[in-house]
Design a binder for this molecule. Sequence first.
Ligand code: DCP
Ligand code: CA
Length: 363
Amino acid sequence: MAKKRKKKKRKVIFHLDLDAFFASVEMANNPEYKKVPLIVGGRTKKAVVSTCNYLARSFGIKAGMPIFKALELCPQATVLNANYELYEQYSDDFIKIIKKTFCRKCEQISIDECFLDVTKLIKKDMLPIKLAKIIQQTIFKKLKITVSIGISYNKFLAKMASDWHKPCGITVINKKDVEKKIWSLPINKMYFVGKATAIAMHELGIKTIGDLAKYENFKLLEAIFGSAWFDYYLNAHGFGDDFVSTNNSPPKSLSIQFTLPSQASNIQELEEWLKYLSQQLSQKTQFHGVFGHVVYVYLKCANRRMITKQISIKEPTDRYDIIYQHASFLLNEHYQRSENVRLIGIGLGKLTTKPCIRQRTIF
Ligand code: DCP
Ligand code: CA
């Protein structure tokens, strides 16, 4: 039976990125370094810049540049060897402060970056920007390091936002900003897109994130980038992942949905979308180390009717083929072929961290 679903409330996701991290730790320990262009990287002939403070960046020095070249640009710069133990200590303290003082829904993604799901902390008198300012002040008070914060409703956009106004910036990206602020960016600025991927995209004529969002030859994208193409594509449209993973709180359900580029009423086309979504959902499920007892499919039709159907499966699964098999069954059983579909979604419910038996492949 068709069930009305409540419109999902957008989450509030922060991405925190410490500014010029190694150099900032050095400056926190020796304020004299704040006054000079500072490079962290080592003194050997082949050494490269690990990072440098923002004063050094104003001379054109960048991470990855050979030190000798950096010194050509700025001979008066101070060069230090990296002290990894000290940076690890600061990194641990950073995460501890965030978890203890603000938010346990914290996913660390590198030595100096994390995502926070602060949805529940946002209230009338604690709007996202205010909370971000308090976090910046607290980190600076305790560690003497500045942090840039990106705010959005999913991880990709929050990550893109934190890079916008560095150092010590706070940037918000809303849904309506995706076309305006994200689409004009060069494709190599897209989070997750590495150098080789950016070159391959250029060969397809995809020069900006907007070019990718508007690209229509999905089969070619899949042939070149494998299943990763779909993540790129979802992110370019602002439909990326919003689940902030914490080791101690596995999700209760996982889902993925997609607004179709144009309405569809062809069952084969819908099956194709389900296939892609099943792959993405399987990857997401495996990433979180969970297994689902229930597969559900939902369709939003052009006449606003929402169709949600679910089916229990014998053994909990994280596998693409099993998710797809059940999703396809639900589609074929319940979809009335005349209806135009605008949005398609698939989910796994009743998640558990332990599978009863690992299934063998069914295809
Ligand atoms: N790092 C490195 N070698 C690189 C890039 C980074 O050793 N090629 C180290 C030094 C950085 C730290 O990782 O301080 C974090 O990397 P980021 O890319 O976040 O760069 P920064 O924090 O230094 O600068 P930003 O202010 O741009 O975040
Ligand atoms: Ca950083």
